[in-house]
Design a protein around this ligand. Sequence first.
Ligand code: ZN
Length: 246
Amino acid sequence: MRYLIVSDLHGNLEALQAVLRESAGGYEHAICCGDLVGYGADPNPVTDWVREHCATVVRGNHDRASTGQDDLEWFNPVARQAAVWTLEHLSPENARYIESLPRGPLTVDSFQVVHGSPLDEDEYVIGAGEANQAFHYLASRLAFFGHTHVQGGFIWNHSRVETITRMPASRREEMLEIDGECAYLLNPGSVGQPRDGDPRAAYAIYDADRHRVEYRRVVYDVDTAQQKIYAAGLPPVLGDRLSVGR
Ligand code: ZN
């Protein structure tokens, strides 16, 4: 069984379309680690795709915020403005769907799916210290997470935590062999708003039979996604940052 793993789509349709073009035929099930909306100008088409195609979806913090389930006070002003805009533009059906999304962790076959960490859906697992703690709460040896918008993740190797380094900009994919002796907390990266300095849309393919995860990056039409953000009256910085992947 092969899984398409996507996270942090954030209403960026052009990025999602590029991911789907590139991954077509390469997987049987699609899994989403949360943050379907917020930031981007196409919350409805992106949510439509997730509703129709993703077998397993956990909610992200922007999904809660953009459907009025959260106090927006702790959001920075730009994120708050985007959440309010999304709240006003989501169709009633899509808003209901997003509201109904479960909190992680969810278990799919032999792996888990979370937005932040297995302990706390809002926690940012950025460094080996946080990962070290998070590994203790995993119910399986493999979990996919999002939230940080940084492709990569962590390997628990005989009680040592290793950080997976970023794929060079010259490469489009990188293979990770899954060793049954280790545990893995893997981030497919963000489809719609990468923040690891690489503006290409990020995703992963997990091949359960071959025990490997393929990290991938794909160039997409950043310009169109930006123009839509500017035209929608969303904070322009949300468009600007897409060119630099920050
Ligand atoms: Zn996010």
